[in-house]
Design a protein around this ligand. Structure first.
Ligand SMILES: C[S@@+](CC[C@H](N)C(=O)[O-])C[C@H]1O[C@@H](n2cnc3c(N)ncnc32)[C@H](O)[C@@H]1O
Ligand SMILES: [Zn+2]
Length: 275
């Protein structure tokens, strides 16, 4: 099992009783006797037993990994890394946690300028967790369902990242250290608009407002910035960007084959910072 799980265990808590966890062989246990296996693939699953939710499938995660490796979302990763560095600067805590971390692409970018920090990649998909555990030696990958409550100790995180992922405002507040920062990335209506004919859901115009309404009881927005550019996507890139999201469930392979060899596609997201 990766050494990093020992480094991050102190920031975790038992998902059943909330007590601290300690390592016993290839398991993590709390004092009440709840025990959780560390998977061969290097992640710790704190998911409720038998959990079957809407986590990303193996095919979605593989498409995401391949698409992100092309660097098309590098501008988002750079903006996130910048914000995480600022967030961690004023914080004694050294834990950067990402909710719905997927392959660990953004968390790994956030850790780059922070040599003393550790990352917690939280996700419900075992396929995502396997990748996140490999993404960086300083990332501990942990399985959880954010609607069940985060298996993270109160005030553990200096910064919390939520990038195209579900949000649980009350839990985010609880696990952030006093003075800690929440960094949210969400798509704008123009994001990937050229791919709408392929069944990619149009982003709801009022998404920013919905996020603000949901976070408002627990957070105050401190800043906001736009990340906008045009990507040149190959047919393979287009296939991956479609297949990494929920549209993968209804797309016909013929529709993908019919796309242009090279397609200019809009990247347009809002990054917001909350305290
Ligand atoms: C759209 S993907 C974004 C992944 C990553 N942040 C990125 O942008 O590359 C959403 C992620 O949230 C995870 N997820 C969905 N529902 C979840 C839940 N209830 N608890 C934890 N993770 C969840 C999925 O498995 C998936 O990896
Ligand atoms: Zn317990």
């Amino acid at each position: 099992m990766p050494a990093v799980l020992d480094d991050v265990l102190g920031w975790l808590r038992c998902p059943n009783c909330g007590k601290p966890l300690s390592r016993v062989g290839e398991t993590a246990r709390c004092v009440s006797g709840h025990s959780f296996d560390i998977a061969r693939q290097g992640y710790l699953s704190l998911l409720p037993p038998g959990w079957h939710g809407g986590a990303d499938t193996a095919a979605m995660v593989a498409a995401r990994a391949e698409f992100l490796a092309g660097g098309h979302f590098a501008a988002i990763a750079a903006a996130v890394a910048d914000e995480a560095r600022l967030a961690a600067a004023g914080q004694p805590g050294r834990c950067i946690a990402e909710i719905g971390a997927g392959t660990g692409y953004y968390l790994s970018a956030a850790l780059d300028p922070l040599p003393a920090a550790f990352g917690l990649a939280l996700d419900a998909s075992k396929y995502a967790l396997r990748r996140a555990a490999q993404a960086d030696q300083r990332i501990g990958a942990v399985g959880c369902d954010i609607w069940h409550g985060l298996p993270v100790a109160d005030g553990a995180a200096a910064a919390l990242l939520d990038i195209f992922a579900p949000r649980n405002a009350a839990e985010f507040r609880r696990v952030l250290a006093p003075g800690g920062t929440l960094i949210v990335v969400a798509p704008n209506p123009a994001h990937l608009r050229e791919l709408a004919p392929l069944g990619l859901l149009n982003q709801q115009p009022a998404k920013g407002e919905r996020i603000a309404r949901m976070l408002a009881p627990h957070f105050t927005q401190e800043a906001e910035r736009q990340v906008t550019t045009t990507m040149n996507l190959s047919q393979a890139d287009v296939r991956n960007v479609v297949m990494m999201g929920p549209a993968a469930r209804h797309i016909e392979p013929d529709q993908l084959r019919a796309t242009a060899a090279e397609l200019p596609v809009t990247l347009s997201v809002t990054l917001s910072r909350w305290r």
